[in-house]
Design a protein around this ligand. Structure first.
Ligand code: GAR
Length: 206
């Protein structure tokens, strides 16, 4: 059986990346593999955590142009025949040509996904939880969406709402939202493994 090959991109703490890694260990053998965790940030704690969990890591910092940076990343994705890229706190936009190359490898399908801690299109970008908390937003939540060139703008796949107490501290909001993120992203991973969400496997096109 051809496993679903997943790469995780993360720039920071890595709680979502670790939730995915731990979930992958519970899935039936050879249904899905986490090929690697890639970070663009030298001191990202996610690198150490993933390594300790036995997952291969790549540090690919942006040193020169975006084109060169993405070419290096595409090289690694190609080497591993990656089917899905899951962004988990990867705080960098990707280009249209990067996404186009990936979709060519996946029979024209977009298989790059992001998780975001708000009900998009509300609160895109950085510090979404803190901004919603400051606004005492009546409703918040988590979105899983396909990645396009914009900032948290791709087509929405899944969304779940949370109604948090405006009097509770930011820390409590963050914990609740992260808990929901981990639940939704691990469920998405399981759906990939069990083919509830179809995969177009990596295919070299030239
Ligand atoms: C997560 O809340 C993720 O949704 C968010 O960064 C955090 C990373 O936490 N991503 C974005 O804001 C993307 N625009 P983690 O490193 O503990 O998973």
């Amino acid at each position: 059986m051809n496993p679903v090959r997943v790469a995780i991109f993360a720039s920071g703490t890595g709680s979502n990346a670790m939730a995915l890694i731990n979930k992958a260990k519970e899935l039936p053998n050879s249904s899905l593999t986490i090929e690697f965790v890639l970070s663009d940030k030298l001191n990202a704690p996610v690198l150490e955590k993933a390594k300790n969990a036995g997952v291969r890591t790549y540090l690919i910092e942006k040193k020169q142009t975006r084109e060169q940076h993405e070419a290096e990343i595409l090289g690694v994705l190609r080497e591993h025949h990656v089917d899905w890229v899951l962004l988990a706190g990867y705080m960098r936009l990707v280009s249209g040509s990067f996404l186009k190359q990936l979709s060519q490898w996946h029979d024209g399908h977009s298989q790059v996904v992001n998780i975001h801690p708000s009900l998009l299109p509300e609160y895109p970008g950085k510090d979404s939880i803190a901004r919603a908390h400051t606004d005492k937003a009546e409703k918040t939540g988590v979105t899983i969406h396909l990645v396009d060139e914009g900032m948290d703008t791709g087509s929405i796949l899944l969304q779940e709402a949370l109604f948090l107490n405006p009097h509770h501290p930011l820390q409590t909001w963050a914990e609740e939202i992260h808990r929901l993120e981990h639940k939704m992203y691990t469920r998405f991973l399981q759906d990939l493994a069990f083919k509830k969400h179809p995969t177009n496997h990596f295919q070299e096109t030239y």
